[in-house]
Design a protein around this ligand. Structure first.
Ligand code: AMP
Ligand code: GLY
Length: 427
């Protein structure tokens, strides 16, 4: 099968690494990809948001499967677009329609959906520019901290946790005045939940689902979970506190009612669903839905997935997940993200990367890298490389990650040295 993968980050390198291992994959293209994905396929200079160009390439190359890595093309309707084109309708597009992707694309829609379907989540209200004064009055008396969320996609920056009423009022006004552009035309004001976060990834074929390895990412830039949010500075899988009892609650209280609720609205969900969850007093609550895999969670989830990823994607597309036996590596995985100095604020690109030849016992997933005209590898993003290791125990996996992280050289390299430590110390 000829496959086109859309995207160019660490998640997509992990996808390309895993897809290319499948005997079912005859040729793999990645658009636009990075210096890592081209070790497993052919990078193509295509913009995943340019559906016409993507479609033309798919027809020219006779591609049978397209996998969008990031949320933007899915929320913008790439699955619908493929379905509408007679020459593309037969292609397996692995991801939900725009309607189903609203679970991620509109936080206000997702909150209403959860409330209507009894899915546990923080209580909330939604405000718009027309109801700004009502919103201000609401946040002034809200318990603290209070969480403000831009409704639409805001590149991971649309959630602000306010610790004072003044800050919440100022933030609400700024958001509704366009701080995140159209994405904050509507703002969700939400109760803050205190608990332990974890991520559950589910492959869904419209009817059946299969739960992939559970992971936890480390979002803040600073050690001890301090400083601004990032796309993710590291991750571990499995998550020590997520036992079968908690996972069963996730399945019965969240996954099943989500699919039933969507079906009630005649919405079919096909693709990967990423549940951002928080455990409070032994119960799971939804922090957010995402209509894709996580980054850097995929960099620990796929290395633990023994199942053939092309077969899994094919089953998602054809409604035959029930026939797939998903199996996992029981070892423990960790990934540490090496980032550019300044990230998640402004940072410089184009720094020469050296030392990759000296790494051992680990997997290196490129996030923001490129090759220059002379063939030298250079940094090309805030998140640069994810170093993943699998071992019998987390301390062993982390030791391998950190030994290798040390050997990679680029100007301004920074990484957190405390990935997983909060959970391992507790056992
Ligand atoms: P999101 O973009 O929705 O994942 O939110 C970013 C981060 O904000 C989450 O990973 C949580 O750490 C935090 N967060 C979001 N909503 C809440 C909430 N209701 N209570 C506590 N923390 C939250
Ligand atoms: N690591 C969080 C995300 O992919 O949204």
């Amino acid at each position: 099968m000829k496959i086109l993968l859309l995207g160019g980050g660490g998640r997509e390198h992990a996808f390309s690494w895993k897809l290319s291992q499948s005997p079912l994959c005859t040729q793999l293209f990645i658009a636009p990809g990075n210096a890592g994905t081209q070790l497993h396929g052919t990078n193509v200079a295509l913009d995943p948001m340019n559906f016409e160009a993507v479609g033309r390439f798919v027809v020219q190359q006779d591609i049978q499967m397209v996998i969008p890595g990031p949320e933007a093309p899915l929320v913008a309707g790439i699955a619908d677009w493929f379905e509408q084109q007679p020459q593309l309708r037969h292609v397996h597009l692995i991801g939900p329609t725009a309607e189903a992707a609203r679970l991620e694309g509109s936080k206000a829609w997702a909150k209403t959906f959860m409330e209507e379907n009894g899915i546990p989540t923080a209580s909330s209200r939604v405000f718009t520019a027309d109801t700004v004064e009502e919103g201000v009055a609401y946040v002034r008396t809200h318990s603290l901290p209070v969480v403000l969320k831009a409704d639409g996609l805001a590149a991971g920056k649309g959630v602000v946790i306010c610790s004072t009423h003044e800050e919440a009022e100022e933030e609400l006004r700024a958001m509704l005045a366009g701080k995140f552009g159209q994405a904050s035309n509507r703002v969700v004001v939400e109760q803050f939940l205190q608990g332990r976060e974890f991520s559950v990834f589910v492959a869904i074929d419209g009817t059946h689902w299969s739960i992939l390895p559970v992971a936890k990412d480390y979002k803040r830039i600073g050690e001890g979970d301090t400083g601004p949010n990032t796309g993710g500075m590291g991750a571990i899988s499995p998550v020590p506190f997520v036992d079968s009892h908690l996972l069963l609650k996730v399945e019965e209280q969240i996954i099943r009612p989500t699919l039933v609720g969507l079906a009630d609205e005649d919405i079919l969900y096909k693709g990967f669903l990423f549940l951002g969850l928080i455990e409070v007093d032994g119960n799971p609550y939804v922090i957010e839905y995402n209509c894709r895999m996580g980054d850097p969670e995929t960099e620990v989830v796929f290395p633990r997935l023994d199942t053939d990823l092309v077969a899994l994607c094919h089953a998602i597309a054809t409604g035959s997940l029930a026939d797939i036996k998903a199996s996992y590596d029981l070892r423990e995985a960790a990934t540490v993200m090496l980032v550019s100095d300044g990230y998640p604020g402004s940072y410089e690109k184009g720094k020469v990367i050296e030392g990759l030849d000296e790494l051992s016992n680990c997997l290196v997933f490129h996030a923001g890298t490129c090759l220059d005209a002379q063939g030298h590898m250079r940094t090309n993003g805030g998140r640069v490389l994810a170093i993943t290791a699998l071992a019998e125990t987390f301390p062993q996996a982390l030791e391998i990650c950190y030994q290798n992280a040390e050997k990679v050289c680029f100007e301004g390299k920074y990484y957190r040295r405390d990935i997983g430590l909060d959970l391992i110390a507790r056992g």
